[in-house]
Design a protein around this ligand. Structure first.
Ligand SMILES: N[C@@H](CCC(=O)N[C@@H](CS)C(=O)NCC(=O)O)C(=O)O
Length: 226
């Protein structure tokens, strides 16, 4: 059985999983999920049934985006890319994990409030943005001296975090464009303006229906996966 990936196009967790799978050329059968009407094949797995969610060839379940990213790393023999994404140095691994953990556990909290300030009347959009900017400032400072968060090469930290910064930038595009975070804007733009992102990672699909033919992901792009 081909690995199955339940995904939702705009979900930042799903974006980072798809990005890693595609970068490492791991082929999966992609099932786009309508979050308001999740397919039974997904809900019957039990638990929260969030996306992304993957089942490997043996039917083993990977319920978290990070699990999927690490699974992808194990499938490939692209040694240089592995060393860049998840360096063998334990110090660098700790750095990658710390950045991701700050993003997932703290930044995401304020991002949600900034995005949906009307649902959180204890504060204003401005307040929430200011709280989120603590992380934004740190990222920008880090990227002032480096192309990527760990240095010259892209790591899992960049891939795991950029989809959330994309969401942050989209809440108020004018404000973000006019903000002082030039290094961060450049870094984000490198990801989101690349055809690999627009044509492969973010390609639109209709919601998956039980019984339909497999849609293989990544969608082959000439020259992209050499
Ligand atoms: N910790 C999970 C979070 C995934 C998550 O929260 N996904 C959202 C979409 S962005 C979701 O599935 N929401 C629907 C739900 O919770 O039922 C991961 O890393 O994969």
């Amino acid at each position: 059985m081909m690995p199955i990936l339940y995904s939702f196009r705009r979900c930042p967790y799903a974006i980072r999983a798809r990005y890693t799978l595609a970068l490492l050329d791991c082929v999966v059968s992609l099932r786009e999920v309508d979050l308001k009407s999740k397919p039974m094949a997904l809900t019957s797995l039990g638990g929260r049934a969030t996306v992304p969610q993957m089942l490997d060839e043996q039917g083993k379940r990977y319920p978290e985006s990070l699990d999927i990213m690490f699974w992808a790393l194990k499938q490939t023999d692209k040694k240089e890319l592995i060393e860049s994404l998840w360096p063998s140095s334990s110090v660098k691994q700790a750095k990658v994990s710390t950045w991701i953990s700050y993003n997932d556990n703290r930044f995401k909290h304020w991002l949600d409030r900034y995005k949906y300030a009307d649902r959180y009347p204890d504060g204003t959009e401005f307040d929430y943005r200011q709280r989120a900017e603590v992380f934004i400032k740190r990222l920008n400072k880090r990227l002032n001296q480096r192309k990527y968060l760990l240095g010259d090469d892209m790591s899992l930290a960049d891939i795991a975090i950029f989809p959330f910064i994309r969401q942050f930038s989209n809440v108020n595009k004018d404000w973000f464009e006019n903000s002082e975070y030039d290094s961060l804007k450049l870094w984000l733009d490198c990801f989101v303006s690349d055809e690999f992102f627009t044509e492969v990672i973010m390609k639109k699909l209709a919601s998956w229906q039980n019984g339909q033919l497999d849609i293989l992901f990544p969608f082959c792009q000439e020259g992209k996966f050499d």
